[in-house]
Write a protein that binds this ligand. Structure first.
Ligand code: GN1
Ligand code: MG
Length: 354
């Protein structure tokens, strides 16, 4: 298989060492090393999740061309094209893409310092800010409904109706908690009809491992661009809060979760660096909601998957997705406890950055 795929890029597989790479839940990713000079990332696209891989390619070409024309100095790591000029190497109906490994770059799997949080947030904010002139109508929705909280809510309700009955009974208290937070869906619905809340070019997966860092720990660029599509800024800002604030991640025991205020400050500051000139007042009022929105959506998604017998995320042990859901519920509650302190930080930083 790899022979055919690499061949379509004009590469000879016998010249490479190949090893699994990264920790994403969705695609299979490999690092191909020729020598220290030449390395590539090969990824098999999960077509059960991304049913139209050509839509990803179409978005990246559009965004890539826009950046090249308007901000030629911005580094945008596009996948390579095959010898035939295709965006994917296709073998037995499986889609593979190849990207050059960015020299002297590295990624990190968990956010360990406010400096890293700042750099990542700056990179994601810069990405959306530079693309503010793109007509989002021209972009495809690579996963329809991806961050549509109303749809996620309906999926959750459907899983309660049709999913695993025993699991539903066992986790009743968490189900009830999630239902009690439906007001977060209502706020999202107001946002979708608010003319002051524009659709922007959003990355939609702002975990720290989707930023490349250089040797001085400065951000180089954002990667993992499959979910670049129209969306609201709360998705990117919120997912950073979801994944950088606590020293314990979504896989951890909920008792280890805490909110690191200095990391919160770093995220907001970093995101505002470029975005402060773009964001409207209505958006600036939704900074803390961004975190609640993303954490709640992820809790709903994990719980829905648990009720649906782990068909989407998979499970390494019985109750894995329930544990992840409870982890996210705990994170949401911890943020709530600190609400007024966090809002003070937001207001201070917004005022001082304009
Ligand atoms: C998935 O594959 P990965 O880890 O980059 C998911 C995200 C979730 C995340 C939770 C396409 O991302 O939306 O936030 O898992 N991506 C997709 O860990 O569903
Ligand atoms: Mg990823």
């Amino acid at each position: 298989m790899l022979g055919q795929v690499l061949g379509s890029y004009g590469l000879n597989p016998s010249e490479f060492s190949i090893e699994p790479f990264g920790s994403g839940l969705i695609h299979h990713t490999y690092l191909l090393k020729e020598n220290s000079e030449n390395a590539f990332i090969l990824q098999e696209v999960n077509t059960a999740v991304f049913t139209k891989p050509d839509d990803i390619a179409s978005n990246l070409i559009l965004v890539g061309n826009y950046l090249k024309k308007n901000f030629p100095e911005y580094f945008f790591p596009l996948p390579m094209t095959t010898l035939n000029g295709e965006s994917y190497g296709i073998y037995e109906n499986r889609y593979y893409r190849l990207t050059s490994f960015v020299k002297n770059s590295h990624s990190i799997n968990s956010c360990q310092s406010p400096g890293e949080a700042f750099e990542a947030a700056r990179q994601f904010g810069k990405f959306t800010a530079l693309l503010s002139g793109v007509n989002t109508d021209l972009l495809k929705y690579t996963i329809p409904g991806f961050h549509d909280l109303s749809w996620r809510w309906r999926q959750f309700k459907e899983a309660l109706q049709n999913g695993n009955r025993q699991r539903k009974t066992e986790c009743q208290q968490y189900v009830e908690y999630l239902e009690s937070q439906q007001h977060l869906v209502n706020i999202y619905e107001q946002i979708t009809v608010d003319v002051n809340f524009p659709l922007r070019v959003i990355h939609h997966d702002t975990k720290i491992n989707n930023v490349l860092f250089d040797e001085t720990q400065k951000g180089i660029c954002v990667i993992d661009l499959d979910t670049v599509m129209p969306g609201y800024f709360i998705s990117d800002l919120g997912d950073m809060m979801r994944t950088y604030l606590s020293p314990a991640d979504e896989e951890s025991d909920p008792s280890l979760i805490s909110i690191r205020t200095d990391f919160f400050e770093a995220i907001v500051k970093g995101y505002l660096q470029h975005m402060v000139y773009e964001l409207k007042d209505a958006e600036k009022e939704k900074f803390l909601y961004a975190g609640e929105f993303m954490i709640y959506m992820q809790a709903l998604r994990f719980m829905t998957d648990h009720l649906n017998n782990d068909v989407y995320y998979g499970a390494r042990y019985e109750g894995h997705n329930l544990k992840r859901a409870v982890n996210q519920i705990t994170l949401l509650q911890k943020i709530r406890e600190r609400q007024s302190e966090l809002n003070d930080i937001i207001h201070r930083l917004i005022l001082s950055s304009v």
